[in-house]
Each structure stands twice: as C-alpha cells, then as structure tokens.
Write a protein that binds this ligand. Structure first.
Ligand SMILES: [Zn+2]
Length: 277
C-alpha cells in the first residue's frame, strides 16, 4: 500500500494558485488522501473504529523506529512510522507509543519540548501537529507528522519576515523554553470569541531546527475545522485544511475540485478557517 501510494506521488498533478498576500500555494490532486480528507472525527465514529495508530491495529508490515525517553530525552516513547498515505516523497507519522488523546496542551505543553527535540534530531525536516479539530484524522491518538522542511514554504516565509496571508505566531527558542511559550500562546487564544469550548484552542503547529541549538515554532490559530463549502455535493469542495495545506500545499483528492479550485476558492477557504491579515 505504501509503495503504491509513494509511486503514485511521482505522477500526481500539481498547479499553482496565488493566495491572499501574494503567497503562492501549490494545489495537489491526490486521490489517495480521500480517506484522510473525508475522515469523520466525531466521538461516535471514533468509538466504533479500531485506532489505526495503535501498534496492535497497524498492518503487520509496518516497521517501527522507536524514539525514547532514555536515548532521545523525550517525555514519552514514540514510534516513527512511514506514512502509507504520503503527500510528499518523505512523509512520516510520529505516534505516541501509548493511546492518548491529541492534545498538545496537556501536562503544561510538555510535548512541545518533544516536538522541538524531534526537530533537532531530524534537521532539515519540519515536525507538525494538527489539533484534534484541525485536520488530525486520529484525534484519539497523540501524534506528530514529519516532512521535508522545504515542502512547507510557510516556514521559510516566517523565517524571512515576509508578508503572510494569515495570522502566524512564532518564536525561535531552545527545547526547554518552548512549553512555557506555547502554553502562553494557547492561553491567549483560548480567550478569543471563536473559542469552541474545546479542551484546547484550534491550532496547527510547525517546528523546524534553525541551527545553533534553536528551533522555530509557528502556531497557526484556526477559526474553523473546515469551510462551510466542505462536502461532496455540487458546488462543494472536499478540502480539509491542516498544517500541510496552510504551509503551502492544498490537498484535493477529487479531480473536479482540482480543476475548479481558483484564487477565490483559496481566499474563501483561508478566510473561514484562519485569521486572514
Ligand atoms: Zn491508538
């Protein structure tokens, strides 16, 4: 399955669309991502399906690179896994070894430190976190994902201080300082009127090593999980933005959506799901 989906990536259709603020977004027609883009993440659906990130439910062939407390200084054990539904030529899932909810705000944001340590351990990669209502298709099992940082152009724009299309809150810090910084950011976001009364504010978070022991973290506050035109009916688009989409590559599993996606669609998508500047 992984080989088929990685092979299919080499012939995936791409084109560019200019977004707000002049940022160019790549649009990717990726049929294999329909499962993730269309994932139902309500509590009733989750309670009925076996968790696909738990070791006991993974395919027998799935190899594991363990990342641990003793060797890697992390707060918990994680399993580095090849993502069998890739968006880019290098695409990993870093799943917590134990089944626990997708909440980075837990334990005073202790896992933000893990995120930074992972970014340092794998320089040149971007580690990212999709909140439970911001694109994670397994909101019941804590996980990060990891791709080449060059595939996340938003990080470069943040580093250069370029104009951004939407609000991004960023900092460049050492691993030990990151939990407190992120806790402060999330506390500030929780008081916004768009707070949905959930366990943590809706965010996507990206991190990459910048050298000299520091890591840049970029938090994208979210207004909504999906736009009101999300769906599979006439006039709707199957599009569910998460870190990768907002960092510059919008994933569209359906060909009709890929053909008709315009700068206006992109603007509407970002206006509804992020805080446009
Ligand atoms: Zn699980």
């Amino acid at each position: 399955m992984a080989r088929h989906n990685f092979d299919a990536l080499t012939s995936v259709e791409m084109r560019s669309v200019t977004g707000p603020g002049g940022m160019t977004f790549r649009i990717q027609h990726n049929p294999a991502r329909a499962v993730s883009t269309g994932a139902k993440v309500d509590a009733a659906t989750l309670s009925k399906r076996p968790c696909f990130l738990c070791m006991k439910n993974r395919p027998e062939e799935q190899m594991v690179w363990p990342l641990g407390v003793a060797e890697d200084g992390l707060t918990a054990c994680y399993h580095l896994l090849v993502n069998p539904f890739p968006i880019f030529s290098r695409h990993f899932t870093v799943a917590l070894a134990d089944h626990a909810p997708q909440l980075i705000s837990g334990d005073a944001c202790a896992k933000a430190r893990d995120m930074v340590l992972l970014a340092q351990r794998f320089p040149g990669m971007a580690v990212f976190y999709n909140g439970p209502h911001c694109g994670a298709s397994a909101p019941d099992h804590f996980h990060f994902q990891m791709v080449d940082a060059s595939d996340m152009p938003l990080l470069e724009r943040v580093a250069r201080g370029d104009t951004l299309p939407f609000e991004v809150i960023s900092a460049e810090l050492t691993p030990d300082k990151m939990p407190q910084w992120l806790a402060g950011v999330l506390a500030a976001l929780a008081s916004r009127p768009e707070n949905h009364g959930e366990a943590e504010p809706r965010v996507n978070i990206l991190a990459t090593a910048t050298g000299s022991g520091l890591v840049r973290m970029a938090v994208i506050p979210r207004r909504a999980h999906r736009p009101d035109f999300y769906g599979t009916d006439e006039g709707e688009w199957l599009v569910s933005p998460a870190s990768v989409d907002l960092a510059g590559t919008v994933i569209l599993p359906r060909e009709a959506d890929f053909r008709s996606f315009s700068p206006d669609t992109l603007r509407a998508l970002l206006a509804q799901t992020t805080y446009l500047l």
